[in-house]
Design a protein around this ligand. Structure first.
Ligand SMILES: *Cc1c(COP(=O)(O)O)cnc(C)c1O
Length: 370
């Protein structure tokens, strides 16, 4: 782990850069907004997605505000969060391969840990590993409701898999996961709603089939920051898995409708390391500190100063008005293009309130891709 970029109590202007910064007032408002928002839907709980933040402190804040637990995509993330005191983690993903499955069931002895599955052979591996350590592992059937990622079709295949779980002595059928990832970032609210109408229809149908087969779903989980109100209001889902809402990013900033209620709270703070011409400034952060898969970062609070290119270790800015343009050594705050993979590039959050460093939180699941 790299050393923290600042000390508690320092002014934000003294944070060593590039650094990942949380503006705590905006962050806390985001947590409170989501907690209040979800509470308005009876029978629905937040299961916050921790792949966004990878931080046990933040997971505990979400649970303290009413989240039933968190999600992770990787066993390693789940291990880091359980080590950090989080006691309810759903691996909202398939876990395949002996080494990972053995770690998963070991973790399930220490905390409430569940997993998704979309294959009967995988269930046999989960069942024998769970039996070997003496746990009953909760397993959800993942159904593909339009994302085109993992999951069985939401019809008879889902019922067959649920039955196979229920008949496995060391597994417990826990319900269904139906996550439509592609719908989250459709910028147009009507398009997102139409996509989730289809999610709700298909998910309701498969839950009904399962009930008729004597396999009631205790949990129906899915949704993200872009669509959560549509799933929460659809009458089928019991959990929403929003993750990015804690931080937001440049791409979510382009999504219209209710996600706009969340504020940008995550920044990559950089320093102007070169001013080679009046119209050009160069920052000390590049691809090793910024994920650009959803587009480049945005310059925060500096109209007329724009990102032109992001190289390995540099970001090039154009400066429209050199007279008011950034000076050498000045800090520039960037809004990351995509929050989750940007977070994974840092070991620490420097948490700032009223321009002062208030806390340093370790990103304990940083790099936990196994
Ligand atoms: C990424 C992800 C989420 C959270 O999505 P956000 O857009 O970050 O809110 C929820 N569920 C699953 C399965 C995911 O992969």
């Amino acid at each position: 782990m790299t050393p923290p970029p600042a000390r508690v109590g320092q002014p934000a202007t003294e944070i060593d850069t590039p650094a990942l910064v949380i503006e705590l007032n905006a962050y806390e408002r985001n947590l409170d907004r989501m907690a209040r928002g979800v509470a308005a839907y009876p029978g629905v709980r937040l299961r916050a997605h921790a792949k966004t933040h990878k931080c046990a402190v933040i997971a505990r804040h979400q649970i303290a505000r009413g989240a039933v637990g968190v999600c992770c995509q990787k066993v390693g993330e789940a291990e880091a969060l359980v080590d950090g005191g989080v006691d309810d983690v759903l691996v909202s993903n398939e876990v395949v391969g002996r080494a990972k499955i053995e770690r998963l069931v070991a973790l399930a002895k220490r905390a409430a840990v569940g997993v998704c599955a979309d294959d009967a052979g995988n269930l046999r591996g989960l069942n024998s590993a769970a039996g070997a350590v003496g746990v009953q592992l909760p397993v959800l059937v993942e159904v593909d409701v339009g994302a085109g990622r993992c999951g069985v079709a939401p019809g008879p295949a889902a019922v067959a898999l649920a039955r196979a779980i229920a008949e496995s002595p060391n597994l417990r059928f826990a319900g269904v996961q139906a996550y439509q990832g592609k719908a989250q970032h459709l910028y147009d609210a009507d398009q997102r709603r139409a996509a989730v109408d289809e999610v709700n229809r298909q998910t309701a149908a498969v839950v009904q089939l399962l009930r008729e087969a004597g396999l009631p779903c205790a949990v129906v989980t899915g949704a993200g920051t872009g669509t959560w109100q549509f799933e929460a209001g659809g009458g089928v889902f019991t959990e929403v898995q929003a993750g990015s809402y804690v931080f937001m990013d440049a791409d979510y900033g382009r999504v219209d409708g209710f996600p706009r209620e969340f504020e940008q709270s995550l920044f990559v703070v950089t320093t102007v390391m070169s001013r080679p011409t009046p119209g050009r400034a160069v920052l000390d952060a590049g691809l090793k500190s910024l994920a650009v898969d959803s587009g480049p970062p945005l310059v925060h609070g500096r109209p007329g100063v724009d990102v032109v290119a992001v190289n390995d270790e540099h970001t090039i800015l154009s400066v429209a008005d050199p007279a008011s343009g950034p000076r050498l050594g000045e800090q520039i705050w960037l809004v990351p293009g995509h929050c989750d993979p940007t977070v994974n590039l840092f070991d620490w959050y420097a948490c700032v309130r009223n321009e002062r460093v208030e806390a340093l939180w370790p990103i304990v699941a940083r790099g936990a891709v196994q």
